[in-house]
Ligand binder design. Sequence first.
Ligand SMILES: [Mn+2]
Length: 464
Amino acid sequence: MKYLAICEDDLLFQFMRKVATRRGEVLFLVQRPEVARRIRRHGGSSQWGDLEKEETYQKSHLEQVNQVILFIRGLELRSRVYLLLRSLKPELPILSLSSEKETTGDRKDPFLRHIPLEDIFQEFCAPQLLDTFNRQKVERIRSLFREKDKIHILLQHDPDPDAIGSALALRELLGRNRPTTPLVTFGQVTRPENVAMIRLLDIQIDRISYDDLHRDGARLALVDVQPPYFGASLGKVDLVVDHHPKRIPFSARFTDLRPHYGATSTIFTEYLRATGMEPSQRLATALLYGIKSDTLFLDRGSHIADLEAFTFLYLFANRAMITRMERPELPRQDLEALGRALSRLQLDDGVAVIHMGEVQREDVIPQMAEFCLQIEGVEWGVASGLCGDRVVISVRNVGYVKSAGDIMKRLFDEIGSAGGHRAMAKAVIPVERFKEHFGEVSEKVIREAMVPLITQREEESGND
Ligand SMILES: [Mn+2]
């Protein structure tokens, strides 16, 4: 392959030096003899001449050239050189570099490729700038804590994969471990996928009370959430790294908020990359799952940064394990309880109600409610079970119907805790209180309490 690089000075040579001196197949054609000499002094091959004269190209053996790289900044000279080249060799591939978007030659010329210089910067220099920016953030984060400090990494009430992945990454960046830097929450992990995640990756999340947040001088770091989320004051907050917009003001010693990012895990992946740390398989899996679930597989509100972080993590992560998290398995005993319940399944107006009796693991209940939605004609899935001394009821619907959260609140808020969103809700009621109120814990009782509220038409049920 023979390349001819046509340029005004040796800047292009500096860019291409590695290729140009190693392969020796790039001839630099410049206008001034001193530039040609400079290129030769650095090991390149060069010629000089008037770029607008045909004889210059004859001397460069244009007939043997396979490709031309054109790097002339002035638009007029560039156009004249382009036209001359075209008249000499109509099908010669030309790559043109310039600061304009597209100017040289004919748009329809199939053998002309144009690369704006800004794209080259974007591709190769911008990541470096981002790296130095992130490295500075990491230095700042590390300087926040002293060695003997205990750090609580506080997550939202029902920690999700993005928060969990981010918390693990923060711990890694600080070079710390579980005892000195525990993950804490005021609530607990409930979604089956997230329960599967912490089980498969052996992640411990401790429940904490407001009173214990700063016990024994413990420091406080928040990831994927901001202090106002918690309602009550958290005391002194050292760090907040999040991708949600700052709606309510708060103060912290260090904040890094990037609302245009799809996931907090993306920010932490950038931190890790910038410091040259290779994530362990466990950490990469957690972060990858965090990005994947928060962006609905790079769909919702995602950013090019999410895609780059995803690509980086993909190599290190255990993808088979992510598949297992997304399809959490049912424990055997619970499967039997489920089989019995399914055989009795009765549908009322698109509502499937299943009572599983005693279950080993609470997360099979929401999993079951979700499963019910896959049955033909079902718009609502209601699953319940007994976990120790509590009745747990989980509801899922197709989303464009009444609010599941409202119904659960109306029915169970007085005797237990109940709530949720339009499409998913949950109630937890002490068995004794449930019995006092409904007589017994059975499918029949739950069906009779819930189905009328679900199927009642809006106008009958008032304005909700
Ligand atoms: Mn998030």
